[in-house]
Design a protein. Sequence first.
Length: 428
Amino acid sequence: MSRTRVLVVGAGFAGYQAARTVQRRLRGRAETVLLNPTDYFLYLPLLPQVAAGILEPRRVTVSLPGTLPGVRLVLGEAGRVDLAQGRVHYRDPEGRQGELAYDRLVLAVGSVNKLLPVPGVVDYAHGFRALPEALYLRDHITRQIELAATSDDAEERAARRTFVVVGAGYTGVEVAAQGVLFTDALVRRHRDRGHSAPPRWLLVDIAPRVLPELDRRLSHSADRVLRARGVEVRPGTSVAEATPDGVCLTDGEFVPTRTLVWCVGVRPDPLVGELGLPVQGGRLTVDPKLQVPGHEEVFACGDAAAVPDLTRPGELTAMTAQHATRQGKTAGNNVAATLGVGEQRDYEHHDLGFAVDLGGTSAAANPVGIPLSGPLAGAVTRGYHLAALPGNRIRVAADWLLDAVLPRQAVQLGLVRSGAVPLDSKAP
């Protein structure tokens, strides 16, 4: 190599910020290389709005070459990390093998769907961690409503109009809240066929309430919105078995359905466990400076890293986009410091609050610890997303405006077949 190379693996929230920070800090003193399966950064929090037909897919994808000038993008998926030789082996989108040498390595490989040993889930559930999954789910929901409208079998119509979401965290709540508005709009288009029964949405979770990560006031606000829209919220309940014809819940009820959306949570990318390094809960052990002990040239951040929470001694930071974004910046600064620019610092995060978009003008948010609900929370939530997006802000705002004044466009595009989105697929 003609000059020092910093290799960032993964372009999620952490990897994107790490690559941008390294490039800005070093200003060409080192080569910054970003290894990622796609040429875009995916803004995951807005995926439910893609599935509900509010946002077009490209709105939540931010071009890596277009927003990271000076960073060399290599398309590929990391397969093996040779720590002794300082090399990362990868496979490109066409299946060819390659390798990249590095002087500094930032592992930001993110997370994948969290699987539980529930019979039938891998075969019949739809995951929700990547753009293909959101696109497929949008087509699938549209198709179920349209097939139900043409069926003369009452039981089939009911099953196709029943949607079960597992997991009442941020993603599951938003999918259910946005989804019920979407299906209500779809059903209105088919009322002339005499089948006007409203769709049935169930949100189940083993937790005692929705959004258990938030305080009870915000949890209750979200619960009220969901129930007011007709969503059946089932706390303390989960799926015992999934079949082609429906799901059996842990309370013994069998729910006929063709749609099971899996939003249980995430787990670190399997690559972390293949490194042969110490892990905590499947996440790579790092020190407060995000360096891997025994390998000072290697940093890790985001969902793949077990980062000590200095504000809560003895605990690890949560696997959230907010942490990943700030850890990426810290990792980038610390990498630059090891190359003579600036000083290293510990990662210390102070919670700025969370926001959950419930569709329409509804949301639940607690910016800087102030609990909000209703239209004010909705405005704060959308303002937060626009601020956090590294691109496409005007396009996203335009789609929101169009959705508020025009009927929602809902057609099957057929861009993604079900075989392309297995439940355990890796997130880009």
